[in-house]
Design a protein around this ligand. Sequence first.
Ligand code: UN1
Length: 501
Amino acid sequence: MRAQAVTSRPPAEATANSARPARLGHLIDGEWEQPDATLESTNPARREEVVALFPAGDDAVVERAVAAASRAQPAWARAGAAERGRVLYAAAAEVQRDRRALALLITREEGKPLPEAEGEVARAEDILRFHAAQTAAATGETFEGSSSEQQIRTIRLPLGVVGVISPWNFPIAIPAWKIAPALAHGNAVVWKPSSQTPAVAVALARILERAGLPGGALNLVLGPGAVGQALVEAEGVDGISFTGSEEVGRAIASSGAGRIKVQLELGGNSPAIAFDDCDVELAVAGVAEGAMGSSGQKCTATRRALIARPILDEFLERLTARVRELRLGDGSEAGTDLGPLVSADAREGVERDVEAAIGEGGRLLTEARGDLPEVGHFFAPAVIAELPLDGATLQREIFGPVVSVIPFDEFDEALQVANDTRYGLSAAVFTRDLRVVERTLRELEAGLIHVNGPSTGAEAHVPFGGLKASSGPGPKEQGTQAREFFTELKTAYIDYPAATT
Ligand code: UN1
């Protein structure tokens, strides 16, 4: 007998404006289960406001979710690529239809300003559509064999049961870019979303249900980090796709090593380099957006702005003016540029990092703000200069609206400082010189390079991933590359001895 109350009724969904918290549950084998809700998510802009109450899953719940996925996977794979495509197209249409409510919910549970949340929802829709279309793409190649009587083919088969562990900072786009390719290629999924954004997760799971996804093909287990750990260790899981902190990612890699396939997207410490021939206004706009968008809570955020000395004064004057004008507030209110940080812990962490930067000799070029709303986890955007190149701050991923400015004289020096980090996720380069573009594309140690644009952003149809400690092991995400992780590749040697007779 199950210890938990089971109901096949979907739980009440969190709506953007409802004052009453939503009660959420796990989705296992097509049934919503609502055991006691012991955890809550709150609105980071109004910390007293509870968005959702939800249960803490445990090893037993994870085990049942994995068993349900294992049972459902063969039928989902056999349903055929066209049917899988239909479900994902239908999910994209549902996301489009619900876009306003989804964006409001993201803002309420995660904190990012509404226009950014709307952009994220549109991205999730694009991702679902892209991977829906992938179900009609060629999956293998045909080669000539060693004789005219032989042909060699590659075929792709689903990996099996995939565990998805997703972060709070893109609560719908990152899950979509893992779950959509997993399902497109015939896998079943057990999804453990961040405990900061469970209501957004439930909303996406319900959309996939409404789109016709059969029960068990997607299972959702809510709860703290221990649930993710249980998922990594569960018997029957064939792969884990994780985005989140480096520490957790490394633990997953070592516990999964040699046993399951692991895909990791971890931290970043992205540089933006403005060369002296660049359009300074463009560089200022790119650094401001790259560093401050979503209050700097992106792993692709610009943390270090490397500025050619001849344009340093002009750059700093314009950047600080721009940053001072950013309006902080509740992301659901029109005119808000910068929402709060996601939690009290997040804000304290960023505060500590900025104090440490000042302790190291850094000079804060933006002043503290007296107008910070008390009710949420707000942090004033900060521009820091004069940090020692060999200090701890420039090596740290400060997950907030904070950017360090570093002047440089020579091209080689800029490249050396930019690459002086164990991370290698993204980078931005501002220049009009094609030779500089070419050299930076080759020599910057980053998996994503933006020329004359911010270091953030990702399109659904191209690969996403970093170098060095930012990613791996395992193939990149998104684009057609996504299939590398979510499928097994076999090579078939087929002899047709009668073919030439
Ligand atoms: C973006 O820059 O728009 O967790 C995407 C993150 C990254 C995604 C960034 N994996 O911030």
